[in-house]
Write a protein of this length. Structure first.
Lengths: 115, 110
């Protein structure tokens, strides 16, 4: 068990309000990711982190910012939420397996609705 | 834009049949390839990974990779109703960035 906790699990907010989603891991993994999942689009990478204070953009980073001040926490912030950001957000960590592969393990997801 | 393409389905097969899921990718430098399964309302979970050309078998699952054709497939033998889910093809490229396809919905009819 990779020990990934996402919070909140469900949130309803209004357009224009700021929202922060938190991903917490307990096993000191270096790489952490934020994805969003929408019908017909699969999982799309928003931002990822390869260490404390080291982050980079993914496929759909516009309107999102991230921060990682501690190894265990990766925060995703919507500065001013829009209805197009209604989605299910998944946090993931990358684990190195015995085969040498780096595979993703996902949190339970956070469902965000922007009215 | 690096892409991973999958047929969205749904793919419907009878119980006991072989389900064949396909995926193509655009980034030739990709080195790691994965299949994740996602049940409705749940998180994706890894079922197969493959890194070199050829076949890799794990129980009822076989992953096939052809880097020259930029093609990855997943075969599920003796399909069971419990295999009904969305299957996501994923490709890891530079910087440990993993890009997913849109997923193929599989229905296994009892």
């Amino acid at each position: 068990d990779a020990g990934i906790t996402q919070s909140p699990r469900h949130k309803v907010t209004e357009t224009g309000t700021p929202v922060t989603l938190r991903c917490h891991q307990t096993e000191n993994h270096r790489y952490m990711y934020w994805y969003r999942q929408d019908p017909g689009h699969g999982l799309r990478l928003i931002h990822y982190s390869y260490g404390v204070k080291d982050t980079d953009k993914g496929e759909v980073s516009d309107g999102y910012s991230v921060s990682r001040s501690k190894t265990e926490d990766f925060l995703l912030t919507l500065e001013s939420a829009t209805s197009s950001q209604t989605s299910v957000y998944f946090c993931a960590i990358s684990e190195s397996k015995a085969s040498g592969a780096n595979v993703l393990t996902f949190g339970a997801g956070s469902r965000l609705t922007v009215l | 834009q690096k892409e991973v393409e999958q047929n969205s389905g749904p793919l419907s097969v009878p119980e006991g049949a072989i389900a064949s899921l396909n995926c193509t990718y655009s980034d030739r430098v990709s080195q790691s390839f994965f299949w994740y399964r996602q049940y409705s309302g749940k998180s994706p979970e890894l079922i197969m990974s493959i890194y070199s050309n050829g076949d890799k078998e794990d129980g009822r699952f076989t992953a096939q990779l052809n880097k020259a054709s930029q093609y990855v497939s997943l075969l599920i033998r003796d399909s069971q109703p419990s295999d009904s889910a969305t299957y996501l093809c994923a490709v890891m490229g530079e910087g440990f960035k993993t890009i997913f396809g849109a997923g193929t919905r599989l229905f296994v009819k009892a």
